[in-house]
Design a protein around this ligand. Sequence first.
Ligand SMILES: Nc1ncnc2c1ncn2[C@@H]1O[C@H](COP(=O)(O)OP(=O)(O)OP(=O)(O)O)[C@@H](O)[C@H]1O
Length: 241
Amino acid sequence: MLSVDRVWVKRGNATALEDISLSLLPGQTLAVIGESGAGKSTLIGAILGLLRPSKGEITWDGGPIGACRPALVMQEPRAAFNPVLPLRQSVMEPIRAQKARVPDERIKRLCDGLEIPIDLLDRRPGEVSIGQAQRVGILRALISAPPLILFDEPLSALDAVTQKHTGRLISDLQREEGFAALIVTHDLGYAVAHADDIAVLKSGRIEEVAPSRTFALSPKTDYCRALRDAAIALGALGAVG
Ligand SMILES: Nc1ncnc2c1ncn2[C@@H]1O[C@H](COP(=O)(O)OP(=O)(O)OP(=O)(O)O)[C@@H](O)[C@H]1O
């Protein structure tokens, strides 16, 4: 289990995260929502071990978070890969780094699940669509079977239809593979459809954490009500109620 326990993180002289506590169980999805500057990237950086909390601690199953080697799916899919290498080499990099082996069968099954034709991996990042690159980014995160995957606005570069489709693929693979997923998103509709819990960050603090359906039906603070109402007005929350 991921445990973020009373964590404070400074960036420069300012406090970017203030007394954040969150938990996330294997197989579950936590969506983190917040406006620009709320601290979402800082939270991801702290969980990845790139930013050190000034107070509090982040653990996996009670031990150091680094031991679970969380994987990251970045927002800009094509920028996430070395532009001159075939995608296959970038995908296999985490495996090489861990000196591990992945059976061809697993690669094929993941490619099938993510609807990636195997020969697509012979191309360079500039030779595939954004949606394809995003799915290959998810493949790279999944390939070494990490127990925790962090998705930093994974669908924002995709059109609405591809977003929906890729969101469903992630949920299906999560059911099969059992990883815990923390997804940073601006899209409350996506969070309600795919996440078990929603955490709203505002100015470095947690505004509210709740099961996603409870959040959609009855947000507790004015800020969260405004977020929910805006999503309804955009038609992003049509199915709730
Ligand atoms: N390298 C840095 N040095 C100093 N302050 C920083 C640095 N990076 C971010 N900050 C500040 O930390 C706070 C949180 O920023 P963060 O990038 O985590 O927000 P965010 O929610 O991810 O925003 P966005 O949605 O725009 O990516 C902001 O006030 C930001 O200005």
